[in-house]
Every structure is written in C-alpha cells, then in structure tokens.
Design a protein around this ligand. Sequence first.
Ligand SMILES: Nc1ncnc2c1ncn2[C@@H]1O[C@H](COP(=O)(O)OP(=O)(O)O)[C@@H](O)[C@H]1O
Ligand SMILES: [Mg+2]
Length: 418
Amino acid sequence: MTHPGRRPKSLTGRRPKSLAGRRPKSLAGRRPGDACMPRAWRSVTIVTSEEEFRNIGLSMTTHPMEIDSDGDDHTHSAGESVIVAGDLPAFDKAIPWVEKYRPQSLDDVAAHRDIVDTIDRLTTENRLPHLLLYGPPGTGKTSTILAVARKLYGSRFRNMILELNASDDRGIDVVRQQIQDFASTQSLSFGVKYSVKLVLLDEADAMTKDAQFALRRVIEKYTKSTRFALICNHVNKIIPALQSRCTRFRFAPLDAVHVTERMKHVIEAEGLDVQDDGLVALVRLSNGDMRKALNILQSTHMATQQITEEAVYLCTGNPLPKDIEQISYWLLNEQFTDSFKRIEEMKTRKGLALVDIIREVIMFVFKIKMPSAVRVQLMNDLADIEYRLSFGCNDKLQLGSVIASFTRARSALVAAAT
Ligand SMILES: Nc1ncnc2c1ncn2[C@@H]1O[C@H](COP(=O)(O)OP(=O)(O)O)[C@@H](O)[C@H]1O
Ligand SMILES: [Mg+2]
C-alpha cells in the first residue's frame, strides 16, 4: 500500500532493500533530469560503448524495480543524444573488473558445465525448481543465477526478481513481510516471457535460524508463482528442511585451467602486458577463486604496467617462492638464533606476515623426504601455530615457535638416521 503523496515504490507496493533496489550513485545511474547533474547532461544518455552500456546497465542497475523506466538497455528515446566512447574514459576505469567481466549468459560461465547445462535445460523447459547453490566464494554462484534471471526475463529481469544479500536485513520480519509480499503479489511486468518470479537469497547461510524456519512455509505456499534460489558458502548452515525443498548444486573451486582461460580473455580484452610466470602466479594465488584472480590482476595492473611473477607477489604481499625457499633453508640448516634473526630481518624488510610464510612453508614440508612420524609432528605444530596466529598472538613469539618445531624435527631426523 502506498500512501498518498509518497513516491510509489514498485509494482508490488514494496521497495526491496537489496543493493539492486538502491538508487545508484554513479553517473551511469543518474537519470536525465537529476538535479545534481550538470545542466548540459540532463537530456543525454551517456554511453561509452555498447558492451560497457550493457555492463553498466546490468551490474549497476540503472532502472531497478521501477515500472516507469524505459526498460530496454539498448533503446534510447527519440531526441536523446548519445555520447559515445572516448568522451568519458575515466568511466570505464571506475568499474571493477569483477563486475565488468561478470558472465552475462549461462554460456559465459566457466567450468561447472554439467551444473550450468542442467540449470539451462530446466530454465528452457520452464521447469525450474527451487535452487540451492553452494560452494566457496568466487566460483560463479551469483553470476549463474543472474544469468538465469536474464534468460527468463530478458533485460527487465530486475523487475521480476527480489534480490536480498548479506548486507540486507534478513531476519524473520523480512521473510514474513518483504518476501511474502513479493511472492504473493501478482506480477504485472509487461513483455516478459515467464511469469514465475524469482527470489534470490544470496549468502543465505547468514540468515537466522528463525528466518529459515519461516521461509520453509513461504517456499511451499508460493511455489506456484515464485521460485527461490538460495546461495551460500556453507551448506550445513542451511536447515535440513530448506535443503530438502531445493535442488542442490555444489560449485567446487575452479580448475587452474578455467581460471587461466578466463584470465587470458580479460588480459586480451584489456590489452595487458602479462608475462607467463605472472599468469601462473596469479592463478596459483587465486586458489580457484575467480573473483580473487580478477582483483589481483586489476590491482597489479594499477601498480605496474608489466605484470610479472614478482609484481603479483609483491602486490598481494605474499612471499615470493624464492623467499620461501630461503626461509626453509634457514629453518632446516641454521642455528636457532641465526634463523630467528634472518627470518625476522626478511619479514621486516619485505613486510611479510608470518601466517603467509607458514602456509607456504607447509608445502615445502610435504616435498622434503622425512620419516612420516616426524612429518606428522611438524605439521601438527605448524597447524597449531597458524591457529594461534588467527587469534592475534604475538608474531615474534610464534616465529620462535616455528623455529623450535623445526629444530625438534631436525633432532628427530638425526635420531632416526643413527
Ligand atoms: N565460473 C565463472 N565463470 C566466469 N567468471 C566467473 C566464474 N565464477 C566467478 N567469476 C567471476 O568472479 C566474479 C564473482 O563471481 P560470483 O558469481 O559473484 O561468485 P560467487 O557468487 O560464487 O561468490 C564474477 O563477477 C565473475 O567475473
Ligand atoms: Mg555470490
């Protein structure tokens, strides 16, 4: 219900709190006529290129949930002039690459071919079930659902979905009011092929248990008109009752091959100078998280023109492989005090964190030949130190503990040899 005099909120009479529903702050989001826009711009649509226009339109949501917007991303009403590429170069640079290169269609989603094909087929046949997508961050869960929404509803998909993520309040009140309101109202959006609406609950594992219990009933009640898509990192934080109402898909960390392929695409599109070892380092540090890979690539590119292995490691503050080699050598060969002094000096000089050093040194422990009892003990010790560091323990004392663990392992090695 809208009150007289108030701005009508949306077709459903409710204004979603999601990011998508918020008024965009960027220039791209302002509509001609906005008071704070320079006078000369008020009657123009600003476009830098067609692809960019599409990206901006989809990622920053130029017309969220507003039926009076003209809807189609590629149409401009008569009389509007268009500023084309080159006029606003800073505009392009402002978009983070994770958004700029977000897959627009299901075909663009790298890896997970079997999952994506299944969802694609169900979407095509209008048999979409409630979905539960889970897996580590940066593996394409949100992108897949947004691509499904785009496929179902075309460019006006924002009118047909209710997107709530972790930054929105998603307590029991939201389930009872906002979600129920959305699900129970008849959709009057014109020109869409598919009338079933979509409720997208991103980062659903952050929802309270009460809200999840309330959602259980809502899902069943409105199955006819609404599909729910839950996305989360930890599936065990979703109550079993909700899990059983959804079709589950697990998004595993991405293969190095897929990350490399996608990075090559971005490198080519941006015309970057990336050395082979730089690309390998990038993929290695990303650990199967495409978002991380794109962010590292963009920040390294901002820091230096030529992207080499060293640039990538320096930019992310990770220890270089050769530094780790050196540290491992000291740990295995030097006396306690010498080891301590040298590692401490390197840590200060290069600004390394002990936790990063430990994580890399552990890889070395796997490679070195030693009796399994010694290896087990050493791994255990290092894992304990990492755990303690996560609680903010003193770095210097913990470094002492690392060296002590290696000293003990060395003694055990000597004892085993004799
Ligand atoms: N499978 C994928 N294929 C292509 N790009 C991906 C994929 N997964 C992630 N990305 C990139 O990472 C960014 C974040 O992906 P997103 O779908 O939001 O991840 P999630 O929701 O799993 O955390 C996207 O904008 C996209 O650029
Ligand atoms: Mg996500």
